[in-house]
Design a binder for this molecule. Structure first.
Ligand SMILES: [Zn+2]
Ligand SMILES: [Zn+2]
Length: 456
């Protein structure tokens, strides 16, 4: 049996692995490469997609699901297995992905030399619709036989529907962590741990770093909000539509219910975030006890006085005309596009406004440049002096920090023989490797892209 790594190896995006058992080949995730790695999306999967019998999806984030339509377009003929919530989220995320690709191709064709032929999107909405027909739901904890392998999804506590996947092949067991969430995060149950496995693949996004306490983040958020409001500015929060937006609303709801945000309007200005929020509402069966308790006493954490959902363009533009200071939550989370750009143009030059980052800002993005303290920005044909206050709260990360990842490993009663560290920048992975080696007696491997390992 072999385990092949194609993406999410040596970096955090483009997750894609294959388990090859000789008479079956099962894919795990098929994500898009993002940030500086986008060219790799055009380079193919590194193997023949037609050889895959099925695909298992850990969660809906686009760097894990974004190449599923491409797989189907390239004649992969099997089913895609995921939790029901992942399927729901994939519908909006993959359609949005196809839309963005079409938009980028159209933009390029306006300038492109005709001799080179037209730019085409990687896939279209039609390909997405075909891909969505392949989805088959598996709920957490249900063992299901797929191509002779028993597959079980464990709750990874990272975003709604996210899973670690256990694959039992005869008496051997492989567990792949997927993206691991933070214990204590709102809505979601804590990441489920496993007791035994022969081989483990675990992510290492924050393998070099611990986050601050989740319990403290609401207080700091409130301080930033109230301080900015008092100075008469807006708080612009660039947020990923799935996960971060709902978690920030959860924290704001706590204070709104206590009357601490009286008169403050909070706009959610992202059609995808609104759709994702609806999907969160549809799946209370995945919520943790604390969230269920809130719902029981009639407090929906995604609704509070002052919250306004802006779906249409007109509603979005009307936010700019408001005189009173407000909270504006908008995508994309790394300021690489989307409506948040308009709010940045409106607020970057205002001394009393705050831009608050709550998620990972990848190298090469506008978000990263702002975080690094750049003083001038050219965007939407405007030269802007950055006057607004730039803040960041890493306590909102959807990923386990270093010690939380180690705790996930510590939960094994029968420690695996081999641990593969994937889904991390080289520095984070090697720092994590050191920590794992010093604590456990284990064969530790940091796979590179296109490397394959025999599991014996
Ligand atoms: Zn993720
Ligand atoms: Zn990821």
């Amino acid at each position: 049996m072999k385990l092949e790594f194609y993406g999410g190896a040596g970096g955090v995006t483009g997750s894609h692995m294959v388990l090859d058992g000789g008479d079956f080949r099962i894919g795990i995730d098929a994500g898009l490469f993002q940030g500086g790695e986008t060219d790799q999306n055009l380079a193919g999967f590194g193997h023949d997609p037609r050889s895959l019998k099925s695909l298992l999806l850990t969660h809906a984030h686009i760097d894990h699901s974004g190449r599923v339509p491409l797989l189907v377009k390239e004649d992969f003929s099997g089913s895609v297995y995921s939790t029901p919530a992942t399927e729901d989220l994939c519908e909006i995320m993959l359609k949005d992905s196809a839309y963005l690709m079409q938009e980028a191709a159209d933009r390029e064709n306006r300038y492109r030399n005709k001799g080179n032929g037209p730019a085409r999107p990687l896939y279209t909405e039609g390909d997405v619709v075909e891909a969505l027909k392949r989805f088959k739901p598996i709920d957490y904890g249900m063992a299901q036989e797929i191509n002779g392998v028993t597959v079980k999804f464990l709750d990874a506590g990272h975003i709604l529907g996210s899973a670690s996947i256990e694959l039992s092949i005869g008496r051997k067991k492989l567990i792949t962590s997927g993206d691991v969430g933070r214990p204590g995060a709102p809505f979601l149950r804590d990441p489920e741990t496993a007791k035994e496995a022969d081989w483990v693949v675990i992510e290492s996004t924050y393998g070099d770093k611990d986050h601050g306490e989740i319990a403290d983040r609401g207080k700091r958020l409130l301080e930033i909000v109230l301080d900015t409001i008092e100075r008469g500015g807006n708080i612009v929060i660039p947020a990923f539509a799935v996960g971060r937006t709902q978690e920030i609303l959860y924290e704001l709801n706590r204070y709104a219910e206590k009357g601490k945000l009286k008169g403050v309007k909070c706009f959610v200005d992202s059609p995808m975030a609104i759709s994702a929020t609806e999907i969160y509402r549809r799946h209370p069966e995945y919520f943790d006890e604390e969230t269920l308790r809130l719902l029981k006493v009639g407090d929906s954490p995604l609704e509070f006085p002052g919250i306004r959902y802006a779906r249409s363009k007109e509603e979005s533009m009307a936010i700019n005309d408001l005189k009173e200071p407000s909270i504006i939550i908008s995508a994309s989370g790394m300021c690489t596009g989307g409506r948040v750009l308009h709010h940045l143009v409106q607020n970057l030059g205002r001394k009393n406004s705050t831009i608050l980052f709550i998620g990972y800002q990848a190298e090469g993005t506008l978000g990263r440049r702002l975080l690094n303290g750049t003083k001038t920005i050219k965007m939407m044909n405007k030269e802007l002096d950055v006057q607004a206050r730039i803040e960041s709260l890493d306590t909102f990360s959807a990923h386990a920090g270093r010690n939380e990842l180690l705790n996930w490993l510590r939960a094994f009663e029968d420690f695996p023989r081999t641990v593969f560290l994937n889904h991390g920048e080289p520095y984070a992975a090697s720092s994590m490797a050191e920590a794992v080696r010093s604590e456990f007696d284990v064969e530790l491997i940091i796979p590179k892209a296109n490397e394959s390992f025999t599991l014996s």
